[in-house]
Design a protein around this ligand. Structure first.
Ligand code: SAH
Length: 388
């Protein structure tokens, strides 16, 4: 099938921009086939597919008139593998992203390696309909993989959101390593595994000096991965706060996996705003506070959105931050710009009369490889501030 794109979109597509938006096309035939896109003169532009997902309505995947078949995908997986050589050589890190969607030339799917197991995340139904071919192509590039799992991240009534796909099943939990620290992961429990691999650099900083001798508070702690990295990096105390009941057992499991007595570390199952009030009343002080909320959360009492409420997290942190302490401000909200996020944080500092210095800025790590034509793929924004 050949589809004409609007004149307004020709230039960006020619330059390699991979994401197709609704306004770029005249019509959207319901097809799962590969599509050739052409310009207003009918000349070939690129090959791709239509499939709506959390962003856009399809992806361009090739800029030459090549056949899209199993070997096309094997080649993409092999190139992605070669790009991550340094990770394979590093025996202290056994979990990382091995295929990053459009960053590796195929928008709509990502693959993460967890030890000897691979986990696919599918973002649209069209690509999912080519799943058998993609899995076969993947196995050719990764014959050493013991088993494959998948997460379905688009609305689908006929497939489970998480399942084992083929090969061996992983132990539960499966212990992976990152910078030599062990983390327990579960490859088949809902959409999340117990660790967010995109934060490996920040955990790395906590593990290798930044947390040494420090009292660390980890807000929105989930399974406590930042707390474990901090404790392994010499933190004198860690406190993890998360609303979810599961977080207590999951966090204790992470500490135990590293030979740290879970009882020696604090875990509070509660709302972060209630914890801020409690800690302030008690006169508690922390040297490092990590603020890594979900983009959006609704609980019984309130709605939290990174866009609207991040400043409140900063303001509430200040009374319990020791002089000269550090705030690690993080968000994975793709629709919030770097500048805007930074401004929200710094406005909150200014409004509180705090003196602040930006020390570090982190982006997605190398394994979350980006495409130069699609810089907005870099959704992770982390800022380290020292506050006096
Ligand atoms: N920082 C974590 C990931 C956070 S995921 C890490 O790097 O591993 C978001 C977490 O925020 C979830 O575990 C969710 O339970 C928790 N959460 C959402 N709203 C909350 C609130 N108001 N108070 C405390 N925790 C909250």
């Amino acid at each position: 099938m050949v589809l004409k794109v609007k004149k307004s979109a020709e230039k960006k597509f020619r330059k390699g921009y991979p994401l197709i938006q609704e306004e770029d096309l005249f019509d959207f035939p319901k097809t799962r086939q590969w599509v050739e896109f052409c310009d207003h003169t009918g000349a070939y532009l690129a090959t791709g597919y239509l499939g709506s997902q959390n962003k856009g309505v399809g992806w361009l995947i090739s800029w030459s008139k090549e056949v899209i078949d199993e070997s096309f995908f094997t080649n993409r997986f092999q190139i992605a593998k070669a790009r991550r050589k340094s990770y394979y050589h590093d025996k202290t890190t056994t979990a990382f992203r091995i295929f990053n969607g459009e960053g590796d030339g195929l928008g709509g799917v990502t693959v993460d390696l967890y030890g000897e197991y691979a986990l696919f995340s599918w973002y649209n139904e069209t690509l999912y309909s080519h799943r058998e071919m993609l899995l076969a192509a993947f196995i050719k590039a990764y014959p050493e993989i013991l088993g494959i799992y998948e997460k379905v991240r688009f609305p689908a009534s006929n497939v489970p959101e998480s399942q084992h796909v083929q090969g061996q099943e992983a132990p539960e939990p499966l212990f992976i390593k990152e910078n030599g620290i062990h983390y327990a992961v579960y490859l088949n429990e809902g959409l999340m595994t117990g660790i967010f691999l995109d934060q490996k650099e920040v955990r790395g900083r906590l593990a290798t000096g930044l947390a040494q001798g420090k009292r660390v508070l980890n807000m929105f702690s989930y399974t406590g991965a930042f707390s474990v990295a901090a404790a392994m990096g010499g933190a004198v105390a860690t406190t993890s706060v998360d609303l979810a009941k599961r977080s207590l057992a999951k966090t204790q499991e992470q500490f135990a996996a590293n030979g740290i007595d879970p009882e020696s570390q604090k875990v509070h199952v509660m709302d972060v705003f209630s914890y801020f009030a409690y800690a302030k009343k008690k006169g508690l002080l922390f040297d490092v506070i990590v603020l890594d909320p979900p983009s959006f959360a609704r609980n019984k009492k309130q709605v939290f959105s990174v866009h609207k409420n991040y400043g409140e997290l900063i303001k509430d942190s200040l009374p319990i931050l020791a002089p000269g302490g550090m705030i690690i401000a993080s968000t994975n909200a793709a629709n919030l710009s770097r500048e805007r996020f930074k401004k929200n944080i710094e406005t909150a500092f200014k409004e509180s009369g705090a003196k602040f210095t930006l020390l570090e800025e982190h982006h997605l790590p190398e394994d979350f490889g980006l495409s130069a034509a699609f810089p907005e793929g870099d959704y992770l924004k982390v800022y380290f501030y020292q506050v006096d």
